[in-house]
Design a protein around this ligand. Structure first.
Ligand code: ATP
Ligand code: MG
Length: 555
């Protein structure tokens, strides 16, 4: 790839150092989503990063559902997440895991910590715990329950597990340091009592581990070497290391943080997307205006384009935001050589070639992609009645308008020169038919070297055209106002984010296309067959991206 980043990113440098120093013999990474929503473009970065590192160092990649928090988790999300990761090409092979399968190991770890005097059952209320914790500037105070004996802690923890306390009545806490400058180290909670039915373990447990305790154990159990996460966990790393060390795992994993991927003027927050879905503003989590992986797939993005995007973004230690236009650049680059270029007319006006014999048809050879011969050729019927784009004709053109107007001659793409000789209008003054004559000598590819024309327009043969619905998208948020309303935090929506064109005409080569097939519509953009709404009766296309762009690759 021409833009490949040759230098190693900082995570690769760390991994190579670890391998060289013999800290680890192999590399094992993981992607640990919580099954509480659909994955989005930011997750794609994490997936491809973790998978890519495992590939690069001949290691292993684990897919693990971090399903330790039963309130928000749903099976529906488990399935969608698996589908998205497969689609991106991150192959976990046999390594599919569920954190909830380790509940008993986490419980054993808790017992171990209690026995080592490193954990205690605390009776403070949640408010009291907060009060005792102190602030960024003041140290915390020890809990009055901190010095309980090991025997008492074991007995109380057992009672917690057996459901003898009410939800929230007791917690198990790590005994670390209430005066630590890092608040995460001030005797963090390890286990809480909560009666919740878990999608995997049912009602087997009424105590659940906290994330900061569960996650390092999950990594250690799976012998993950490099636990790669986002920057907000940097302050949690001392606790991560503490858990791994005090639980005495043989293969301690190492946490490395990188900056999240943020896109400018794009919504990724689950809360906001959920509301858009509930309010019926979008037609689900896969609405093509969203940047969930399901939405990008439906819109027509390819795994290759997303990988290119993630590679271009690089891996960094500081948060920044990337322009959506860069993602568009990547899909254009990916589809440019791969996909056929077809003629489609979105706003049709009829063109009649007065001197072309009625009822006659000829089949023109058309290259599918002039830049890539391998895509072959197709036959496109040419006849007396065609459709052209309304904007390619003007009765009274401004200067420098080189398309069709009375008296002017243009090339019909892949076909003949035609000259406008007249027009018809309806009672409202709208042009209904453009009349032309053609010059049989000017057939494309015939070797004709006579006069030149300044404009080339595309067309479709009217009697053979395939009708379709075409959906044109703009950003769902109003870029001028910014994503969020300053007063109430709601979204500033763009009222024009979806335009439905319901009478587009396509050349007949579009007959028989399948969901997710994508094409360049010449002179216009890239389009993809909508997989959700296309039926045997109705073809629906999504505009992936237009052809034009002012985007320049960052240096
Ligand atoms: P939540 O708010 O529910 O925690 P989340 O986006 O963090 O949402 P997780 O399922 O916890 O969801 O994320 C799985 C993995 O994806 C984590 O390792 C997380 O760091 C990573 N991740 C999430 N968002 C991004 C992002 N914008 N860029 C890169 N990685 C991300
Ligand atoms: Mg998270």
């Amino acid at each position: 790839m021409e833009n490949e980043v040759v230098s190693k990113n900082f995570i690769e440098q760390e991994i190579e150092k670890d391998l060289k120093e013999g800290k680890y013999e192999t590399v094992c990474t993981r992607f640990p989503p919580e099954p509480n929503g659909y994955l989005h473009i930011g997750h794609a970065k994490s997936i491809l990063l973790n998978y890519g590192l495992a590939q690069k160092y001949n290691g292993t990649f684990h897919m693990r559902f971090d399903d330790t928090n039963p309130t928000k988790e749903k099976m529906e999300f488990v399935e969608s997440i698996k589908e998205d990761i497969k689609w991106l090409g991150a192959d976990w092979g046999e390594h599919l895991y569920y954190a909830s399968d380790y509940f008993h190991i986490m419980y054993e770890c808790a017992l171990k910590l209690i026995k080592k005097g490193k954990a205690y059952v605390c009776d403070l209320t949640p408010d009291e715990i907060r009060e005792y914790r102190g602030t960024l500037t003041e140290p915390g105070k020890n809990s009055p329950y901190r010095e309980r004996s090991v025997e008492e802690n074991l007995r109380l923890f057992e009672m917690m597990k057996n459901g003898e306390f009410k939800d929230g009545e007791r917690v198990l806490r790590a005994k670390i340091d209430m005066a630590s400058p890092n608040i995460n180290m001030r005797d963090p909670i390890l286990y809480r009592v909560a009666r919740m039915t878990h999608h995997n373990t049912g009602d087997q447990w009424c105590i659940y581990p906290m994330y900061d305790f569960a996650h390092p154990i999950e990594d250690a159990v799976e012998k993950i070497t490099h636990s790669i996460c986002t920057l907000e966990f940097e302050d949690h790393r001392p606790l991560y290391d503490w858990v791994v060390r005090e639980c005495e795992f043989d293969h301690p994993p190492r946490q490395i943080e990188f900056a999240k991927l943020y896109l400018t003027n794009v919504i990724t927050g689950k809360r906001y997307i959920k509301k858009l879905v509930e309010d019926g503003i979008v037609d689900g989590w896969d609405d093509p205006r969203l940047v969930s992986i399901a939405a990008l797939r439906r819109r027509g993005f390819t795994p290759e384009s997303i990988k290119m995007f993630v590679d271009l973004c690089g891996v960094s230690k500081s948060n920044s935001s990337v322009d959506y236009a860069m993602l568009e650049y990547c899909i254009r680059e990916d589809l440019k050589m791969k996909r056929p270029r077809m003629m489609a007319v979105l706003d049709p006006v009829k063109l009649v070639i007065d001197n072309y014999p009625e009822g006659e048809v000829e089949y023109l050879d058309v290259a599918n992609n002039l830049e890539n011969e391998e895509l072959g050729i197709r036959k496109v019927p040419f006849c007396r009645e065609l459709y052209i784009e309304r904007e390619d004709f003007m009765e009274e053109p401004p200067k420098k308008y080189f398309r069709l107007f009375p008296g002017n001659e243009v090339r019909l793409m892949h076909a003949y020169f035609v000259k406008c000789v007249g027009l018809e209008k309806d009672e409202n003054g709208n042009v209904t038919v453009v009349h032309c004559t053609y010059d049989p000598e000017t057939k494309c590819g015939s070797g004709f070297t006579g006069r030149k024309v300044k404009g080339t327009i595309h067309w479709v043969p009217a009697p053979y055209a395939v009708k379709a619905e075409v959906r044109l998208y703009e950003n769902i948020v109003d870029e001028e106002k910014g994503v969020y309303n300053k007063e109430d935090g709601s979204l500033n929506l763009n009222p024009n984010s979806l335009t439905v064109v319901d009478n587009a005409y396509l050349e007949p080569s579009f007959d028989g296309v399948k969901p997710y097939d994508s094409f360049q519509f010449v002179r216009n953009g890239y389009y993809c067959v909508d997989a959700k709404d296309t039926t045997d009766e109705k073809l629906v296309f999504n505009r992936i991206v237009s052809l034009k762009s002012s985007f320049k690759l960052p240096k």
